[in-house]
Design a protein around this ligand. Structure first.
Ligand code: AMP
Length: 581
């Protein structure tokens, strides 16, 4: 495979990129200038994401443009124009108001990618309530942890998910007052209501109350390495980053058709699967179905997708198949492909160029940053394997810690260290809900410490090395080992568990658990399967371990902590003596 930089001369551009010269934009950039591109609420009453992303377009020349084209699993299609999205989200905001749901209270949605999710997200923001998406493949335990920690007051879900995952938790969630089901026509017992029935009673008019750009808007849970998941708080101002990255990274242009394959249960599926395309007034494709290579190529062709945002795990799956997309499908509308979430192999960039006719632009960010921070831009030479260069308005650095309170910035190129960002961009998280100490610990000496290890070359391109902690990335999703270990140790046969990410060529890392058993319990395949089933039932398929290995004793450090890194090193191959706890 040839890894030389993919060259693109300006005259091969079909449309002039929004950022033709990265260096110039970086030097002259200001967030104030981005803010000036927003309308703001009427009469100077602040900035609300829902107004900028939906109502502003619904009240103007884009009112009849398709805001969301929803592709159902069974082949059904639903188009929602900006006008219709405004009306539907107004009804939802009215429903919250009527239910007494107030500013700052949390509205959770766990429903898969269905139209109601988008209506609820926008409607919740109009009411200045907080939108919290939940991945529907989570099992009851991760769902409970998030609903409880997030003080859920309202939950929108589907009947089957409710019965499988929520019904049994109701007693443990006294704050959860309203549950609206998207697929029932009548209210049920126990405060479980039909969403469609109640929405139908609501007015399609709603006036967004004054919104401070610093009002809480979104709560995204992300996994920690030592504790249960943390709720990263984002505010209405985050939209500035969604808009700016939509412009300079995704390179959205008026009239574009955009498709982000991520689920809104994860931050990419919200920042880029909902807000960035809407605020740009482009059509956002939402596919309800899971990955299916033929279906995906058909969507790119039939929906005439111009800008496509996907993930390395999906790209690697496409690379394995004997499909010749350029011969079998008409992909002439596709202008740019982006990827995020895990390292994008250099050969994937080259594969994109050869197989799809376009290189793949990698970018980097995380739940806490709220939007893309480092990227390969349309107008820049791509270096396969690199995450790219910092966004205009973002200062990124490689640092070494000198004690707990000071950091040394590595000015020399190609030195490995921790990736840090200078705080202050609009979509930076404003806290971990109820966990001030955990939040404070993320900042050292004026830098936000990302938890990733990376290096920076002499031209300012950043290269990902790995996580500095034990967090697992499986199929692009973060899994906290502690959450999995806690679930496993609830099984009566388990004494202790240590959970790691085992390198896997397709999904990045696979969740693997090392388990020691209580005295007298015999390890065998039957028990292994039982434990896998037990964990799956509790945690759901997205989080549960795929492999379990029995060990007599788990390796521990002097203070008795399980040494996950030693387990990981054994699994990955490097000599054990190089690993310190
Ligand atoms: P999340 O908060 O779930 O979005 O995960 C964020 C983490 O995913 C980052 O801290 C990285 O460890 C990883 N990540 C995201 N984008 C990339 C990328 N382009 N290359 C390598 N790792 C990435």
């Amino acid at each position: 495979m040839d890894f030389t930089p993919v060259k693109k001369s300006p005259n091969t551009w079909i449309i002039q990129p929004n950022m033709p010269d990265y260096n110039k934009t970086y030097e002259s950039f200001s967030w104030e200038a981005i803010r000036a591109e927003f309308e703001g609420l009427p009469d100077g009453k602040g900035l609300n994401i829902a107004h900028e992303a939906v109502d502003r377009h619904a009240n103007g020349p884009l009112c009849d443009r398709t805001a969301i084209r929803w592709l159902g699993k069974e082949g059904n299609v639903l188009d929602l124009s900006f006008k219709e999205l405004k009306a539907g989200s107004n009804q939802f905001a009215n429903l919250l108001c009527r239910s007494g749901v107030r500013k700052g209270e949390r509205v959770f949605v766990m429903a898969g990618r269905i139209p109601e999710l988008y209506i609820a997200a926008i409607g919740a923001l109009k009411n200045i309530s907080v939108f919290c998406p939940l991945f529907s493949a989570f099992g009851p335990e991760p769902v409970y942890q998030r609903l409880e920690r997030g003080d859920a007051r309202v939950l929108i879900t589907r009947k089957k998910l409710y019965k499988q995952k929520i019904a049994g938790l109701r007693k443990r969630l006294p704050k959860l007052e309203y549950i609206f089901l998207t697929d029932t026509k009548e209210d049920e017992d126990d405060g479980v209501c039909s969403l469609s029935r109640h929405l139908a009673e609501m007015s399609t008019d709603f006036h967004i109350p004054p919104t401070d750009p610093e009002d809480m808007a979104l709560l995204h849970f992300t996994s920690g390495t030592t504790g249960m998941p943390k709720g990263a708080i984002h505010v209405h101002n985050a939209l500035l980053t969604h808009y700016m990255t939509g412009k300079y990274v995704l390179d959205l242009h008026p009239g574009d058709i955009f498709w982000c394959t991520a689920d809104p249960g994860w931050v990419t599926g919200t920042s880029y699967g909902i807000f960035a395309p809407l605020v740009h007034g482009v059509t956002n494709i939402v596919d309800e179905a899971d990955f299916d290579a033929e279906r995906w190529y058909r969507i790119l062709e039939k929906q005439k997708v111009n800008v496509w945002y996907t993930a390395p795990s999906a790209i690697r799956r496409l690379m394995r198949l004997d499909i010749k997309p350029l011969k079998q499908y008409n992909l002439k509308n596709l202008r740019i492909i982006h990827s995020v979430g895990e390292p994008l192999n250099p050969d994937a960039v080259v594969w994109g160029e050869k197989t799809l006719g376009l290189p793949i632009h990698d970018n980097w960010w995380q739940t806490e940053t709220g939007g893309i921070m480092i990227s390969n831009y349309m107008s820049m030479e791509i270096r396969p394997g690199s995450m790219g260069r910092p966004l205009p308005g973002i200062e990124a650095a490689i640092i070494h810690r000198a004690g707990n309170e000071t950091v040394e910035v590595m000015e020399e190129p190609d030195i490995q260290g921790e990736l840090a960002l200078r705080p202050g961009w609009p979509s930076m998280f404003r806290g971990y809900l109820h966990e001030e100490e955990r939040y404070k610990k993320s900042f050292v000496d004026g830098w936000y410490i990302t938890g990733d290890l990376a290096s920076c070359d002499k031209d300012g391109y950043f290269w990902f090395i790995g996580r500095a902690d034990d967090i697992i990335k499986t199929s692009g999703h973060m899994v906290g080992p502690f959450e999995v270990e806690s679930a496993l140790t609830e099984h009566p046969a388990v004494a202790e568990a240590g959970v790691i990410g085992k390198p896997n060529p397709l999904i990045g890392e696979l969740v693997k658990a090392f388990v020691s058993l209580k005295p007298g319990i015999i390890p065998d395949d039957k028990l292994r399967l039982e434990l896998i089933g037990f964990a799956r039932k509790k945690l759901g398929s997205a989080v549960a371990p795929k492999e379990i290995e029995f060990m007599k004793d788990l390796p521990k450090n002097n203070s008795g902590k399980i040494m996950r890194r030693l387990l990981k090193a054994r699994e990955s191959g490097p000599p054990e003596k190089a690993v310190r706890e």
